[in-house]
Write a protein that binds this ligand. Structure first.
Ligand code: BES
Ligand code: MN
Ligand code: ZN
Length: 496
């Protein structure tokens, strides 16, 4: 889709579909009033017919509105004006896009961007609309022999703004589009099946990304990991015939001497549980267990497309977790790159085993902050459901910064505890500690485990087990938390 931002009066320029909002009940928004004037009261008259009250989620399509240059006018319900906040805005835009796609219009003019919504500014509204538009046309059909649904007819979308905001609108549009592309990339990687999206495939995708955006890349293979002493990472790869990879990408957009932000993403391309085999039900969804890795690649793509002035390094430990004949067994003890030894009591707690070596690897970059992203625990899904990601941190200021980015991006996280008392659950009689801490507070003890490898930097851990994908009829990757991560880096680039 082609996007543009324009300062335009509704009704006067030629378009297949002009989109304006109506508050509850039957109160025209400012762009709707302007359009109504051009149309000599046609909108007011249509509203009086009673079919549209302006409730959130409602739409009304008018054809051939006389005196306007619009083939169609789409009225979108906004709900009560005083409660029209950021979330209501996003919902209204999503509803509008669905209605536009249902018409088959090839171009459209969105005037919802001009509406005050909560504390948002024009830049935020434009960026959000662009990202939502890309999301609305996302299809995953690479694996189908023929397409299910026809591609969206919409080819051009104009986002309206006031004349004074031209510069901000253009910049915001570029950022919103870049984020949309990053999310689509992450979704594609997540949606691909485990027999296609292997550690080698992830490495190849990272190579292609590096070529396209001139990133520095290094892919470590098994012998190289052995040399570094990455015993916990390799203990997970043992049961699989697919070779593991440690993918390291560097984006240099900032000053040479600026310490980078490190993003560390769990890249388990399929999680059977290993010797501690998972039950069969819904095991297919464990192809999404590389969503942390996907979010790192998606974020790097967005950041590189935005040309953000910041340094970022992405570190992805990638492996399958399989129950092969050489697989790790419960009770096995392995040594991590940090030198700490781990008793593996459950081979299904594999995410932390690959992340801990990747965190130790991150130390060499002396990062200003490290964020790891992982579909780490079923316990986090029980605690928080599918609404927010779980956030753990060893630094409160960094936690706040990441939480705020999630709020701004409407891709939220929630701060969970990491008190020392929980560490006791990881006690082992045979090694320095165990890789599981029992049923109570499973998401917390997983984070406790990781915290033992994050002593040398400011660190946030995001457990995205509940937010990275959807189950059921709408099964598929969500692209989260690419919006949160990208916003975090956008904010950092602006302040540093
Ligand atoms: N990838 C899973 C976590 C997961 C489970 C994400 C279900 C989404 C839905 C992770 O590797 C895992 O298996 N974790 C175990 C840990 C347990 C053995 C301590 C879990 O959550 O059951
Ligand atoms: Mn597992
Ligand atoms: Zn897993």
């Amino acid at each position: 889709m082609e996007f543009s931002t324009k300062s335009i009066a509704p009704g006067l320029s030629k378009t297949a579909c002009a989109v304006v909002g109506v508050y509850e009940s039957r109160k025209l928004s400012a762009p709707a009033i302007a359009l109504d004037r051009v149309a000599r009261g046609a909108l007011t008259k249509a509203l009086k017919s009673g079919d549209m009250e302006g409730r959130a989620g409602a739409t009304m399509l008018l054809h051939g509105v006389a005196n306007t240059a619009c083939e169609r006018v789409l009225l979108v319900g906004l709900g009560a004006e005083k409660s029209f906040n950021e979330k209501a805005y996003r919902n209204a835009v999503a509803v509008a896009l669905r209605a536009i796609h249902a018409t088959g219009a090839v171009d459209a003019e969105l005037h919802l961007t001009s509406l005050a919504a909560g504390a948002s500014d024009i830049g935020w509204r434009i960026a959000q609309a662009a990202t939502l538009a890309i999301e609305s046309t996302y299809r995953f059909e690479q694996m189908k022999s023929k397409s299910d649904k026809p591609a969206a007819a919409l080819k051009r979308l104009v986002l309206a703004h006031a004349a004074a905001d031209a510069r901000r609108a253009a910049k915001a549009l570029a950022q919103g589009v870049a984020l949309g592309h990053g999310m689509s990339f992450a979704k594609d990687l997540g949606n691909l099946p485990g027999n296609v999206c292997t550690p080698t495939y992830l490495a190849n995708q990272a190579q292609a990304l590096a070529r396209r955006y001139k990133l520095k890349i290094k892919v470590l293979n098994r012998p190289e990991m052995q040399k570094l002493g990455m015993g916990t990472l390799l203990s997970v790869a043992r049961g699989s015939a697919e070779p593991p990879k440690l993918i390291v990408l560097e984006y240099h957009g900032g000053p040479k001497n600026q310490k980078p932000v490190a993003l560390v993403g769990k890249g388990v391309t399929f999680d059977t549980g290993g010797t501690s085999l998972k039950p069969a039900g819904e095991m297919d969804e464990m192809k999404f267990d590389m969503s942390g890795a996907g979010s790192v690649l998606g974020t790097l793509r967005a950041v590189a497309e935005m040309k953000l002035p910041i340094n970022v390094v992405g570190i992805i430990p990638a492996t399958e977790n399989m129950p092969g004949s050489r697989a790790t067994k419960p009770g096995d003890i392995v040594k991590s790159m940090s030198g700490q030894t781990v008793e593996i009591l459950n081979t299904d707690a594999e995410g932390r085993l690959i992340l801990c070596d990747a965190l130790t690897y991150a130390e060499r970059y002396q990062p200003s902050a490290v964020i790891d992203i992982a579909t780490l625990t079923g316990a986090c899904v029980i605690a928080l459901g599918h609404v927010v990601s779980g956030l753990f941190a060893n630094d409160d200021a960094l936690a706040k910064e990441v939480l705020a980015a999630g709020e701004a991006a409407q891709d939220r996280a929630w701060h969970l505890p990491l008190h020392d008392e929980y560490q006791e659950q990881l006690k082992s009689n045979f090694a320095d500690f165990a890789n599981i801490g029992g049923r109570p507070a499973g998401a917390v003890t997983a984070a406790c485990y990781l915290s033992r490898f994050a002593k040398k930097f400011k660190w946030v851990h995001l457990d995205i087990a509940g937010t990275a994908w959807k189950s059921g009829r709408e099964k598929g990757s969500t692209g989260r938390p690419v919006p949160l991560l990208t916003q975090f880096l956008v904010n950092r680039a602006a302040t540093k």
